[in-house]
Design a protein around this ligand. Structure first.
Ligand SMILES: [Mg+2]
Length: 175
C-alpha cells in the first residue's frame, strides 16, 4: 500500500504566523490549535509530512537561515513528543521580487523534494494560508486546502477551512 502525502505551509498552518521581527525566535513559536491531534490522525492514515515555507524574512534581514533551522528543530522536538515526524523542511529565503525559482508558488523547492523523495504516493494534499500555497498545490495536481487566517483569499482551493481540524476533516473525507 502506497503512503499518502501532505505538504504543509509552516506559518499560519502549523505555528502562529507572526510579524517578521518575532518570527525568527525559536522560543516564541506557538503551535496552532488542533495541529498535534490532526497530524496524529493523518499519521494513522499513512501520511508523510513535508513543510514548504517561504521565509523572505531571511533576505529582508530580520533573521538568518540558522534561526529558521533552529525553529524547525524546535518544531521537531514538540512533534517528537507526540510521535509525529516531519520528513523534511524546505524553505525559500528570497524576496518576492527576486525572481527566484524556489519561492512558492514556483516549483523550485518541489523539484528539490522530488530528487530527495522519488517515491510513489497515493493521495496528495497541500495545506496553506495564502494564495501562493494554493497555487503551488494546484500546479502539482494536489488537492488544496486554504486555512483562513491573516490573508485574503483570491485563489480557488478545493476546500476552505477555518482551522487545522477542519482541514484534517476534509482530508479524512477521502478515506
Ligand atoms: Mg503561511
Amino acid at each position: 500500500m502506497k503512503p499518502n502525502l501532505l505538504f504543509l505551509d509552516r506559518d499560519g498552518v502549523l505555528i502562529l504566523d507572526r510579524d517578521y521581527g518575532e518570527l525568527g525566535d525559536p522560543f516564541k513559536i506557538k503551535f496552532l490549535e488542533g495541529v498535534f491531534e490532526g497530524l496524529k490522525i493523518l499519521k494513522e492514515k499513512r501520511f508523510h509530512f513535508f513543510v514548504f515555507t517561504n521565509q523572505s524574512g531571511i533576505q529582508r534581514g530580520y533573521y538568518g537561515e540558522k534561526n529558521v533551522i533552529k525553529i524547525h528543530e524546535r518544531i521537531d522536538q514538540f512533534l517528537y513528543e507526540k510521535g509525529i515526524k516531519i520528513f523534511e523542511y524546505y524553505f525559500c529565503p528570497h524576496l518576492p521580487d527576486e525572481g527566484c525559482s524556489c519561492r512558492k508558488p514556483n516549483l523550485g523547492l518541489y523539484r528539490k523534494w522530488i530528487k530527495e523523495f522519488p517515491f510513489q504516493y497515493d493521495k496528495k494534499f497541500m495545506i496553506g494560508d495564502k494564495d501562493s500555497d494554493v497555487e503551488f498545490g494546484k500546479k502539482l495536481g494536489f488537492k488544496t486546502i486554504f486555512i483562513e487566517g491573516r490573508y485574503e483569499r483570491n485563489s480557488n482551493p478545493d476546500f476552505i477551512a477555518k482551522n487545522f481540524k477542519q482541514a484534517v476533516d476534509f482530508i479524512c473525507s477521502f478515506f
